[in-house]
Design a protein. Structure first.
Lengths: 300, 508
């Protein structure tokens, strides 16, 4: 091999998987500009105290953190965030599994049904929020009228305008849109299960319910764990439906950590305080997902 | 079954399988699943575009748009404005009638000057957020700011005084601007802070008492003059018409929204109270303030339940759909109710707003320039940003947008109250004082209200925050039963604690 050929080969080596740096650079640059830099900027922002009248920001590292931990509204928001996540996730998981079991068939027409499950997923969440805002309107909303007709709620009752029912109302939109996501993941898991254990169980006289609890669920545990992790992280950051449907109200009945941060940011223009709440949300997401992965031995 | 056949039959399952096995990312998974529903998605995006209320149907004849402006102003635009040909100016605004009409008229300005104008129309809270970010970073992303009256003090340091600018930049001064033509109460209530103009008055929705004549005739009622008469009439209508789905009145009581704060302010003023005292303490929790709030709680009982989830848009809908026959709210509702396709066309009437039965608190006893009175104004101004990179071009546009001809034509197009005295008396505006789209038949009453009853919220830098967060959020907690056990005093005390602390922290 001549010297020039060696040189050329060395140059080309940079284009192989042994030298990933050039290939990683564009993605890394984007990550730094749109991910790392804003995060560092937000953390630094939390160290300042903003004077609302003069707009001056003074270095006072503990001010915002003391303020949010002493703020009952933040604790309410944290509680709403956790309740929203746990309840919506439970519904999505149970409904997702049930629907997946129903759709797990090769019979004619089931393919179309499975395809239709994706439809809610492609609607922008803001549009879903608007749809449910109208459907839950006590005066003319189809869902509200249906519930009122059953006698569960008084005539004209505003589901989203009452603190007792607003959060469930928002969850309805969330559950409707994201249950199909669970269905698709569960279906994938169900279709990948080996047939032999089920055949053996049937020969031994196991009922379908026993087979589900003794075989299906244990074998699906990893799939379920991943699905719960993905949806859980999304739910902890819930914002879209709340913003569109209730704007955190009535009162603070649907205020989550992210919507509280949004209100401080857009309403009071207190960027340092809003950044503190946002960073707190990030910490919550990282902590809960890490604990969850440890417990359920999920590896990413 | 071959892999290809399997793949064809179970494309989605396969994608999900890949995803759970971490062979593809969440993004790729959603992309694949989206392929199946792409048609539906497009359909919904189409719906999204159409969901925005097309206000043009509420407006008058398009004849207003066909006129080509004042010849003297047009010549000035050609001579002076064309020097800035190719410049693009931007501002962001709520979808108020004057902005929507101006958005339609701006082509005339561009045709004469070559200056492009981009108007971003977004919800009110986003207007505030965008303007706030712009001034905080001194970015100059927006050349003009649309400022609600409650934000004027907050942005006072970020805009040019138009009167001073008009004198200082004589070469850019529009002929016939006639500053004296702007209604004095509007200038003082809206545009002036700390002795100088922050911008030019641009829009003036103002509280007006409106009623359905047919319903009042049916029950032999007379339009109310006082808050007590208002309550009595509302209760009569509610008792008589609840079987027909009609309520006593309608409120814009959406928790956490500025609209609720506007309603609350009015009832406090009507009961002899104010938001601040002269020593700059929150006074919504004094005796008058509590009476005002209790009055509002009574009104809520005879209002559509959706009131607690409604802003001014929802309240307007209540009037348009026949749910209410009496309301104390924005005069800007009126033209919409008279629109061509309205079910209540010609039925609504307007009068000066109901007054409290006790004297209004004197301006000298209220704080931060607050003016307690019977008609809460929700006006706005157009202001020129100090950080604009195209300040001269934007200044030319601003003068044109606030000129006599354009303001009058905006009124003709939208039926809303003008800022200029000449517009009120313009023969074209007078000719439209009849029932129909873009009606101006309520404007003589509005002029009377502006001159006699206009009230104003406090002018202070923190007001934008208080009026969008602390006050309406706590009121929402009270009105929807989330907190305070229905006790108005407890709610007001909670607000007082938060507001007084913030005022003290800011060193005001």
């Amino acid at each position: 091999m001549t010297a020039s050929e060696v040189q050329k080969k060395d140059r080309l080596n940079w284009l192989t998987s042994e030298h990933p740096l050039p290939w990683l650079l564009p993605a890394s640059a984007l990550m730094i500009v749109f991910g790392v830099y804003p995060l560092i900027a937000a953390v630094l922002k939390t160290l300042y105290r903003k004077n609302a009248a003069t707009r001056r920001e003074i270095f006072d590292p503990l001010y915002n953190w003391t303020k949010i931990f002493e703020d009952p509204r933040m604790w309410d928001a944290l509680w709403h965030t956790l309740a929203y996540t746990l309840i919506a996730l439970t519904f999505q998981l149970v409904l997702g599994m049930l629907i997946a079991l129903l759709l797990d068939s090769d019979r004619k027409g089931y393919g179309i049904l499975r395809a239709m499950m994706t439809l809610p997923l492609v609607i922008p969440p803001a549009v879903t929020g608007m749809m449910f805002l109208l459907m839950l309107n006590g005066s003319f909303g189809v869902i509200a009228r249906l519930i009122i007709a059953t006698g569960l709620l008084p005539v004209g009752y505003s589901i989203l305008g009452n603190s007792a029912t607003a959060l469930p109302g928002v969850m309805l939109a969330e559950i409707w849109q994201w249950t199909p996501f669970m269905v698709l993941i569960m279906l994938a898991g169900l279709r990948a299960l080996p047939k032999e254990p089920f055949e053996a169980a049937a020969i031994d006289g196991a009922t379908p319910v026993q087979a589900f609890f003794k075989l299906t669920l244990p074998m699906m545990s990893k799939v379920i764990a991943i699905a719960v992790l993905i949806r859980g992280v999304d739910l902890l950051r819930a914002f879209d439906y709340i913003k569109v449907m209730t704007d955190s109200g009535p009162g603070t009945a649907t205020e989550t950590l992210t919507s509280y941060a949004g209100r401080i940011y857009f309403g009071n223009s207190d960027y340092p305080l809003a950044s503190s709440v946002a960073i707190l949300t990030l910490v919550l997401v990282i902590l809960t997902s890490t604990i969850f992965m440890r417990i359920f031995k999920v590896k990413l | 079954m071959s892999f290809r056949e399997y793949d064809k039959k179970t494309f989605l399952i396969d994608a999900a399988n890949d995803f759970t096995a971490r062979r593809i990312s969440k993004r790729s998974f959603l992309k694949k699943t989206a392929m199946a529903g792409v048609g539906f998605s497009a359909f919904n995006l189409g719906l999204l575009g159409n969901m925005r209320k097309d206000r043009s149907s509420l407006f008058g004849s398009p004849a207003w748009a066909e006129e080509m402006g004042d010849p003297a102003v047009n010549k000035w635009l050609k001579d002076v404005g064309s020097k800035f040909k190719g410049t693009k100016i931007r501002y962001t605004s709520e979808a108020t009638p004057p902005t929507v009409v101006l958005d339609k008229l701006k082509g005339e300005f561009t045709a004469l000057t070559g200056i492009e104008v981009e108007i971003e129309i977004v919800p009110l809270e986003q207007v505030l957020a965008k303007a706030t970010q712009d001034v905080q970073g001194q970015l100059g992303s927006y050349d003009l700011y649309y400022l609600d009256q409650s934000w004027v003090a907050t942005f006072a340091q970020d805009t040019f005084d138009p009167i001073a600018l008009y004198k200082d930049k004589a070469d850019l001064a529009m002929p016939g601007m006639d500053w004296e033509d702007f209604s004095k109460p509007l200038v003082e209530g809206l545009a002036v802070y700390d002795g100088h103009w922050v911008g030019i008055p641009f829009d003036i929705p103002i509280m007006t008492t409106m009623w359905r004549q047919d319903i009042f005739d049916k029950h032999k009622l007379t339009p109310p003059n006082t808050t007590d008469e208002f309550m009595a009439a509302a209760k009569t209508i509610y008792e008589a018409e609840k079987g027909n789905g009609m309520f006593g009145t309608g409120l814009q009581a959406k928790s956490g929204h500025y609209s609720l704060e506007c309603d609350w302010t009015q009832v406090v003023w009507n009961h002899g109270g104010s938001i601040f005292t002269k020593d700059k303490k929150f006074s919504g929790n004094d005796e008058a303030g509590i009476k005002g709030l209790q009055y509002y709680q009574e009104l809520l009982k005879i209002s559509p339940p959706e009131s607690t989830n409604s802003t001014w848009d929802g309240q307007w809908q209540m009037g348009a759909s026949g749910q209410i026959a009496l309301v104390n709210s924005w005069d800007e509702f009126f033209p919409g109710w008279d629109a061509a396709d309205s079910k209540v066309k010609g039925l609504w009437q307007a009068k000066r707003p109901v007054r409290g039965t006790v004297p209004y608190r004197a301006v000298a006893d209220a704080g931060f320039g607050e003016i307690p009175n019977a008609a809460h104004q929700g006006g706005s101004i157009l202001a020129l940003s100090k950080y604009s990179k195209n300040a001269d071009a934007a200044w030319i546009f601003m003068q044109w947008a606030c000129s006599k001809d354009i303001m009058t034509r905006c009124t003709l197009g939208g039926g809303f109250a003008p800022m200029r005295l000449s517009s009120f008396s313009d023969p074209r505006v007078k000719a439209k004082e009849v029932v129909g789209p873009g009606t101006t038949r309520h404007l003589p009453v509005v002029k009377e209200i502006i001159d006699n009853d206009m009230a104003s919220e406090p002018d202070m830098p923190l007001w934008a925050g208080f009026s969008n967060n602390e006050i309406p959020v706590n009121l929402g907690k009270l009105l929807t039963g989330q907190d305070f056990g229905g006790d108005a005093k407890k709610c007001m005390d909670a607000i007082a604690t938060q507001v007084n602390k913030a005022v003290a922290d800011a060193g005001l």
